[in-house]
Design a binder for this molecule. Sequence first.
Ligand code: FAD
Length: 292
Amino acid sequence: MKVTEIMRRKMCFSFEVFPPKAEQPLEPLLQTLEHLYRYEPDFVSCTYGAGGTNAGRNVAICQAIKESGRTIPVTHYTCIGNSREQIKADLQRYLSLSVDHILALRGDFPKGWTETMGDFDYANELVEFIKENFPQFTIAVAGYPEKHFQAPSLEADIAHLRVKQDAGADFIMTQLCYDLDQFRRWMEKIRQAGIHLPIDAGVMPVLTKEPTIRMAVSNGSAVPRELAELIARYGENPEDFKKAGKEYTVRLIYEFVNAGIDGLHIYTLNRWQDVSEILEASGIRGKIRSGE
Ligand code: FAD
């Protein structure tokens, strides 16, 4: 089954994991996946290091997800440093493992780079290439409710998202966003711009102080007052911070669901225990399953 078909029937529910470094064992992540499968995700996506760093581990994880028979693997993939030939070979490899869902990205430039140093400059070119050469793939693209940090304006970024749709993208996966008012405005704006693709909203759990701040700031995302207060109040006490952060995440999940999204995508940070607690506290998985 394709993720887009699932989205037509009900709200999709999924997880994101990242592969371990080349020198680290796969086993802990494989165990994490076993725990995550208990929540019956419709798909699990695996990140990809821009420039292909650690690409072997991404492939191994996608393969393991596929072979588990428990859910659909979605691989992330970037243009950074990649020639057409290399991309062809990589995509053929995914297909040979029956991995046929891909998040097609430009990728962040590695330190010191100012361009992709590959055959494609933007994600829309990758989408077009995949569509033309490997139509078997279901293609997701990145969307930025607060605009991509390099885009001159939200309108320009939405116009670029439209180009990705026109190139053949099938659904949108969004960047972390804690500002739900902005998220709702963005949803309205992209629909007005003729973008009809299903929206899979990315939820970044609030678990630890420094990474929460770092990830928001590095993406150019806002830290709304409620989250800023949480950081100020509990920032010096990791245990209290995590407890309050999980409660905040549960409220965030409900706001996303009420915004009328087509899918909820939890960035697990490979922390199944924390994610499980958030899901149990929210009761959201049962609600999604029963279609409430
Ligand atoms: P693009 O869509 O190409 O956009 C990049 C910038 O160029 C934007 O500012 C856009 O407005 C502008 N632009 C786009 N098209 C054009 C055009 N035709 N002409 C002029 N300007 C244009 N990165 C990783 O390295 N690995 C991952 O696994 C990964 N996973 C991600 C998962 C999600 C859900 C998201 C939202 C992001 C992820 N990223 C990942 C980060 C992503 O690679 C970066 O945000 C990157 O900087 C942009 O990638 P993109 O595909 O959105 O690029």
